[in-house]
Every structure is written in C-alpha cells, then in structure tokens.
Design a binder for this molecule. Sequence first.
Ligand SMILES: Cc1cc2nc3c(=O)[nH]c(=O)nc-3n(C[C@H](O)[C@H](O)[C@H](O)COP(=O)(O)OP(=O)(O)OC[C@H]3O[C@@H](n4cnc5c(N)ncnc54)[C@H](O)[C@@H]3O)c2cc1C
Length: 400
Amino acid sequence: MEVAEERDVVIIGGGICGLATALALHRKNIRSVVLERSETLRATGAGIGIRPNGWRALEQLGVASKLRPTATPVLAQRFVWLDRGSQKIIPFSSGETRCLKRSDLINALADDLPHGTIRFGSKLLSLKLDLHTSFPILQLDDGSFIKAKVVIGCDGVNSVIADFLDLKPTKVFSTGAVRGLSDYPSCHSFSQELVITKKGDVSIGRVPVSDKLIYWFVSQWRTQDLKILKDADLIRQSTLELIQGFPAELVEMIKMSDPDSLSSTQIRYRAPWHLLSGSFRKGTVTVAGDAMHVMGPFLGQGGSAGLEDAIVLARCLHQKLIGFDLSSSPTQIIMQKVGESFDEYVRERRMRVVMLSLQAYLTGFLMGSPSMLVKLLSVIFMVIFFRDTLRHTRYDCGGL
Ligand SMILES: Cc1cc2nc3c(=O)[nH]c(=O)nc-3n(C[C@H](O)[C@H](O)[C@H](O)COP(=O)(O)OP(=O)(O)OC[C@H]3O[C@@H](n4cnc5c(N)ncnc54)[C@H](O)[C@@H]3O)c2cc1C
C-alpha cells in the first residue's frame, strides 16, 4: 500500500457536525481537512429548528449573528388534534428558537473555514490502524490513502467510523418523514409557532423560517419500512395522498412546495442504552454528530447536539494540545494527549446524548404509537426522567 498523503486532523463528513467541528478547531488554531463524499455542500432536509442550546453553540462558533437575520423567532409550539377537536400550546418562554434554512446554516459554517478545508468528492471506504504507529490510515474510494494523526467521524447515520469503533447498529423507528420548503412571495399569514396538526397516524408540522418561507414536515407512524422516494414529483404526490382531510391551507402549502427542497426519510436512531455503553474512541479516532448519536427528530435536537459535540471536542483537544504541535511532536505524546482529550470529550458528552436520545425516543412513542400500553409506559418514563420537558433546551455546552 502506498501512503500518498499525511494529515494531522481529518474530519469525515461535511454535514452540520463535520463543518461545525472544523470551524471550532479553526477557532482554536487547529487545522483540519474535511472529506465530503458529495461534490457540493448538502442541505438535505430543507429546514432545521435550533433551540436555545443550539444558539449557544452557534454563538461560540461565531456564526449566530449572521444567521439570526435569516430566520424569524418561533414563540411557541402548538399541537392540534383534528380527530379530537382539541389543541395544546407550549410557549417557548426560555430563550431563542428559530427555524433556519439548512443551506443557510451549512453555508454560514463553511464560509468561515479557511479556503481548501473541505475536500469534495472524497468518500472514505475504510479505516485501519498503522501497525507501527497506531495512527489511522484512511482508504478513499478513488484508491488513494491518507495517513492521519487524528480522525473525527462526522459521517452521519451510516458511519464508517462508527463501524470501525464497533458501535452497535442503528435501529429503525416506525416513522417516515417528508420535508420541504414552501415560498409565499407575497408573505404568508401563519403565526410565529411550530404547529403540529395530527389526524390518525399522520402529522403535519409547519414553522416559519421568514415571513415568506415556511418549513414543513409530514410524518406517519408505520408498521412497515418506508419506501424512500427520490423523485420530487413522486414525493409530493404520495404526500398529498397521505394528507387527505387536512385543512386546505396545509394541503395548499404542500402543493406549492419547492421541488428541490423535498426529501423523504426513514427515521433511525441509536438506542439510548447502546449510547450508555458504547466505546466512542479507539486510539486517536472518535465520532460526533449523528454518527455517534442519531436520534428521532421528535425534540428537534439532533443537529444542535452535533453543534455541541463540535464545541466540546475542540475545547478538549485544544486544552490537551497546549504547548504541543501535532505536526512535530513524537508519536507517543500525540497518542497520549489526543487519547486523553477524546476520553474527556466522550465523558462530557455521554450522559447529555443519552438523555436527549431517551427523551426523543419516549416522545416519539408518545406522539405516534397506536398502542395505549406503549403510550402509558412512555408517560410513566417521561414523568420519572423528564418532568421538565424543556430542560434539554437550557443546556449550555460551555465555551470554546
Ligand atoms: C425528519 C428530521 C427532522 C429533523 N429536525 C431537526 C431539527 O429541527 N433540529 C435539529 O437540531 N435536528 C433535526 N434533525 C436531526 C439533524 O438533521 C441531524 O442530527 C443532523 O443533520 C446530523 O448532522 P451530521 O453532520 O451529524 O450528519 P449528516 O447531516 O448526515 O452529515 C454527514 C455528512 O457526511 C457525509 N458522508 C457520509 N459518509 C461519508 C463517507 N464515507 N465519506 C465522506 N463523507 C461521508 C455525507 O455526505 C454528509 O454530508 C432532524 C432529522 C430528521 C430526520
């Protein structure tokens, strides 16, 4: 095997977490390269809700002030049950919630990175450890190899790095979701709320990004695996069939959606009990974001948890590397310092992501499961562990 290239820090995946991690490291003067398999930045999923904990992380990354003007504040969450004819409203009283266009978030993170940090069209195939140094060697799908000192896997739900760390496989939630954006050139009249309207086993969520743009999602509790559609017309058509009997303004919203924004997803999660015991570090390799803790979207916290990971990881790495140069320090020192910093990172993150994942898991069953017994058990666990349902939004991951 010919090793063509040597790098200090390699991040796999240029999604929200990979870009945030590269930016957090950059803010601490640690250079990295991001390998992204796509040819351009990907913003799949149209919009993303960011709760106060996510804004705290964006502040640390130095991009919050340029993102705020792109999205209107969301003041409350309203549940509407059409079958029962009832409603419930939960004010977002503590802190800032906004729904961003995913492309705005991705671009804001990428724009602040040094030129050349992201390497597009670079797909990681496999990783193994060098027999002599124990540093990771990455094999890319173009046949090339990179010898890295540090590898951070932000490669999402089907993570090569998670497999390398022997994490247990992710699981499929009995829910499928379609997401999209709808543009109202002469302004919409929707309230500044996340409104979730439920009828039978189908829910429609809508939330304003701005006075002209609405992010929406449609989810259905399913007994069988979702057929993932790629074609925008088919996604729109099958969604319209699903939402028959919903209010006309919601049907209209989906009819007028931007075809380029549409995507359909099967919800996956890493079991909270696997997060409790998983080993998230091997040598100088670790994981962050969905690769570590993909969770159901029922709290709208997966992306923000990835932003928090980025801050904590960069802080831990920087603290241990003060006075050491990754490029020139002896192998043993780097192995030890990076290993210690990753252990600290995992220690800080573990219970946070366990609790987020557990709350998302229980909330998913509470919102969707047709079984009264499952709902009852979910309520009991929610009362025991999550009496304060918005506590997760008050979390502060700390400074860089
Ligand atoms: C329906 C739904 C709604 C959601 N709503 C919210 C919300 O409102 N708020 C919130 O905070 N979160 C939300 N989430 C969760 C959020 O979308 C994810 O947690 C977040 O996008 C994960 O970011 P990531 O960077 O970890 O992974 P990804 O976004 O999956 O990025 C991984 C990147 O790695 C690249 N990659 C993968 N494999 C390789 C490889 N082998 N080599 C090179 N590159 C590779 C991919 O191309 C991709 O760019 C939602 C999720 C879903 C499904």
